[in-house]
Design a protein around this ligand. Structure first.
Ligand SMILES: Nc1ncnc2c1ncn2[C@@H]1O[C@H](COP(=O)(O)OP(=O)(O)OP(=O)(O)O)[C@@H](O)[C@H]1O
Ligand SMILES: [Mg+2]
Length: 408
């Protein structure tokens, strides 16, 4: 066991990914081991089939441990679903006598005050992140120590999640041999996987368009100010195609990935694609433009759902760092354009993690943004920010024949 090892597990609706990394003396992260296996045990971000989820997580962890050659002490695990709530709180310290330099005790008092948050019924705090300070009304202050002031405030963010889902994640991790875990919303992980500290300061919206869900997160002043999970993702595009084109699900997924496009106006009128309908014994042609129109309707709807929430939260003018799109769904050509068109014409950038070394080619795929980001979050975290999660589990699970995505 090595102290510098860090480990993250992203449990998604299509795959479980475990990464083990190490941070060198210059603060550079290198991946030592990776495991990624297909997993369909979650629905809309939540665990539906515990046995299958534990088996997939166990297999991904085992692959990563075998490759890394050591087992980490602890692990950060993703959580998603509409039950995950982002809450904001403000901590205040009054400086007396007025205009004296802010001391460590004042900072601690503001921090402690910001931690007092009453959780909604059935929910528990999984993460507490401090944002920037405000000194006598001036916001965005990173280090207030020594500044002469009368009032110090700190914004903080809490993630609260359904206690039953937290328990499931704890049990599953313990069964997979990793009882010491921290839990972090998937979207926060994705943001850490993609954004530089400058981008997290400027105000950036990160959209992780996954299979079953879309996680949206806004970073500002170095902290997190908004998180939400929308229970719609790229798998809904596949289901639409399956119904509209009368194909099997597998064929609809193939059509989406191999021939699909989300921005119909960019597709030539003359192009055609081949599709296999249910019960047919040979492929039939269809116009690619018509296929794109079917896809665009769903992508447009997802984009509108996201933007409506951003506008409702009053955040559309806080996005100086722009909009970043990631997750497997971002690979569907033209999705960035359609999203931009429903997000007040903003530019939307598709990004994947940037890493050097082992597996860097595979891990730069946007579908690995959350896994890589959870590792990077772990690397930067301050111990006090996490709720300590304890787990005990009595049940066991066979890690059966699961297809591995990384191979040797
Ligand atoms: N090349 C591609 N083109 C279009 N869509 C793709 C491509 N590759 C993957 N996808 C889609 O991305 C989705 C999976 O994305 P991702 O791997 O980010 O999801 P997940 O993390 O497993 O699930 P979730 O985040 O919803 O829990 C699937 O619906 C898949 O069809
Ligand atoms: Mg995901």
């Amino acid at each position: 066991m090595e102290d510098s090892l860090i480990c993250a597990l992203d449990l998604g609706s299509t795959k479980a990914v475990c990464l083990i990394g190490e941070v060198d003396h210059l603060g550079e992260l290198s991946i030592l081991g990776a495991g990624a296996v297909s997993c369909i045990a979650l629905r809309r971000g939540e665990i539906q089939d515990m046995d299958a989820a534990a088996a997939a997580a166990g297999a991904a962890i085992q692959d990563a441990v075998n490759e890394a050659g050591s087992t980490p002490d602890e692990m950060t695990v993703s959580i998603s679903g509409t039950h995950v709530e982002g809450l904001r709180s403000r901590g205040i310290a009054t400086i007396t006598p007025r205009m004296r330099p802010i001391a460590h005790e004042d900072i601690l008092q503001a921090k402690n005050h910001s931690e007092k948050m009453i959780m909604p019924a059935g929910k528990e705090a999984i993460l507490h992140l401090l944002g920037a300070f405000q000194v006598d009304g001036s916001s965005g202050v990173k280090d207030p120590l020594g500044t002469a002031a009368s009032r110090l405030e700190v914004e903080s963010y809490f993630a609260a999640a359904d206690s039953r889902e937290v328990k499931r994640i704890e049990e599953l991790s313990a069964t997979a041999g990793m009882p010491d875990i921290r839990i972090c919303p998937t979207g926060i992980g994705s943001g850490y996987g993609l954004l530089s500290p400058e981008m997290r300061d400027l105000g950036t919206l990160v959209i992780d368009l996954g299979g079953d869900v879309t996680d949206i997160t806004v970073f500002h002043d170095g902290g997190v100010i908004y998180t939400e999970t929308i229970p719609v993702g790229s798998a809904h595009v596949t289901s639409d195609l399956m119904q509209l084109l009368e194909t099997e699900y597998r064929e609809a997924e193939r059509i989406k990935i191999d021939c699909g496009a989300a921005h119909a106006a960019s597709v030539s009128e003359d192009e055609s694609v081949e599709i296999l309908q249910k019960g047919a014994d040979k492929m039939r042609p269809m116009r690619k433009r018509v296929l794109a129109e079917m896809i665009e309707a769903r992508i447009r709807e997802i984009g509108q759902m996201i933007w409506k929430r951003i506008v409702r939260a009053g955040l559309e003018d806080s996005l100086t760092g722009g909009i970043v799109l990631t997750g497997g769904g971002s690979l569907l050509e033209g999705t960035d354009e359609v999203f931009g068109s429903v997000m007040a014409g903003r530019k939307v950038r598709v990004e994947g993690p940037k890493l050097k070394g082992l597996h860097s080619k595979k891990l730069k795929n946007p579908k690995f943004a959350a896994a890589v980001g959870l590792l990077q979050f772990e690397m930067h975290r301050d111990d006090g920010e996490f709720r300590p999660a304890s787990s005990q589990s009595s049940w066991k699970n066979p890690i059966s024949a699961i297809k591995t995505m990384f191979g040797g």
